[in-house]
Design a protein around this ligand. Structure first.
Ligand SMILES: Nc1ncnc2c1ncn2[C@@H]1O[C@H](COP(=O)(O)OP(=O)(O)OP(=O)(O)O)[C@@H](O)[C@H]1O
Length: 360
């Protein structure tokens, strides 16, 4: 799969801009704040229908205007694919593939596989479990559309159950059979998600460990575990057994929405005991493993975005990473960096074509 060109209208700081890409390596270079990451984010938008950095659509529209359009022209399986993402203040965002609007965004997810490595990834280590669940869900759903569908339905039922608990509390009433309808539905939707997450981690963890070993040069052992309340007890039982706590908290305290991933380094949490360097290596290994996993699942080589690449790695490590793209395993690469010379020096070493895009 190759992204041949992107056109932006009123996207973040770009009024009107067109980029014609190299099929292999593309580097956006320029001073801080000129919009290098915004170009990568536009490419992200074309795959996921949303920004990686700012989920509020209206804030992705250029200040002082009231709409944006991102157009991407791809070649996939020897076919041209035109993807258009557009948003207007006060209206629903649209994604079109070859002129046809998708009914649901979820139908587009996985069509243009993509992995981004960015300084913002550190949220995976420092933020709450929600970020890690999203990561896991993002990897699984790029190769399994039914997973995303089940997850969306689970979240709808969960919201309904929580609303019912609030209604009971507000009206000082309780109706067990009514709640049980939701318990059964959550069980039916939640158990397959739990099973898919379990299978995912079994397949993903060894790939991750391999990647960590190859980039860290370290002797530490790393671990990645899936934590779920459902490991011990099926969901319907958890829901029944904890009705009184749920009633009190007016919130569903058990289910796959409480799952987490545990990141370890020498059997201690990476967040507390990993050095800056080890944390960065951990994150890069996670993302490269994501790349490997999606490629294997979907049979399509994902696009790889490396945002502010020197944030995570020193020059030697970056060179090592870029040589990976020399390998046929990798496809098209988009890099952003503040120093044109150091980036060009590194990509020149690789026997692949490249294009530099000075921004600003
Ligand atoms: N909705 C918007 N309208 C206009 N400008 C915006 C909007 N959203 C973001 N920007 C501008 O985009 C710029 C940031 O762009 P970006 O993050 O891509 O910079 P960068 O070149 O990657 O910088 P750095 O090297 O610091 O990471 C800022 O100047 C910001 O004001």
């Amino acid at each position: 799969m190759v992204l041949n060109s992107v056109s932006l209208i009123n996207y973040k700081n770009f009024e009107s801009q067109r980029f014609q890409f190299d099929p292999k390596i593309n580097c956006f270079v320029g001073k801080n704040g000129v919009g290098k990451t915004n170009v990568l984010d536009a490419i992200y938008h074309l795959s996921f229908g949303k920004s990686y950095f700012n989920p509020i659509t209206s804030q992705n529209i250029k200040h002082g205007t009231d709409f944006f359009v991102i157009e991407g022209n791809y070649e996939k399986n020897e076919r041209e694919e035109k993807i258009l993402v557009s948003a207007k203040n006060g209206q629903k965002k649209h994604i079109k593939r070859n002129g046809k609007v998708y009914d649901k965004f979820s139908e587009h997810i996985g069509f243009l596989p993509l992995v981004i490595i960015s300084p913002a990834d550190r949220d995976l280590i420092i933020e709450g479990s929600d970020t890690r669940r999203k990561f896991m869900d993002g990897v699984i759903s790029q190769g399994d559309p039914s997973y995303l569908h089940t997850l969306i339905n689970y979240n709808k039922v969960l919201a309904q159950r929580n609303a019912l608990l609030k209604y009971f509390a507000a009206n000082n009433t309780f109706n067990a059979p009514q709640l049980d309808v939701y318990n059964q539905q959550l069980h039916k939707l939640g158990m397959p998600i739990f099973e898919k997450r379990t299978q995912f981690i079994e397949a993903f963890a060894p790939i991750f460990l391999e990647r960590y070993k190859s980039i860290s040069n370290g002797t530490e052992t790393v671990g990645l575990n899936y934590k779920s309340q459902l490991k011990e007890t099926p969901l319907h039982r958890l829901l029944e057994e904890n009705i009184s706590t749920d009633k009190l908290k007016q919130y569903t305290g058990f289910g796959i929405h409480k799952d987490d991933l545990k990141f370890h380094l020498n059997e201690h949490p990476v967040k507390k005991f990993g050095s800056q360097g080890q944390q960065k290596s951990y994150l890069i290994a996670l993302k490269l493993a994501q790349f490997d996993f999606i490629k294997k699942q979907s049979n399509v080589t994902p696009i790889l975005l490396l945002d502010d690449i020197f944030d995570k790695l020193d020059e030697q490590r970056v060179a090592q990473l870029i040589t990976l793209v020399d390998n046929d395993h990798f496809g098209q690469l988009f890099i952003s960096d503040t120093h044109a010379e150091r980036t060009e020096k590194i990509v020149k070493e690789v026997s692949q074509t490249y294009r530099m895009f000075p921004i600003g």
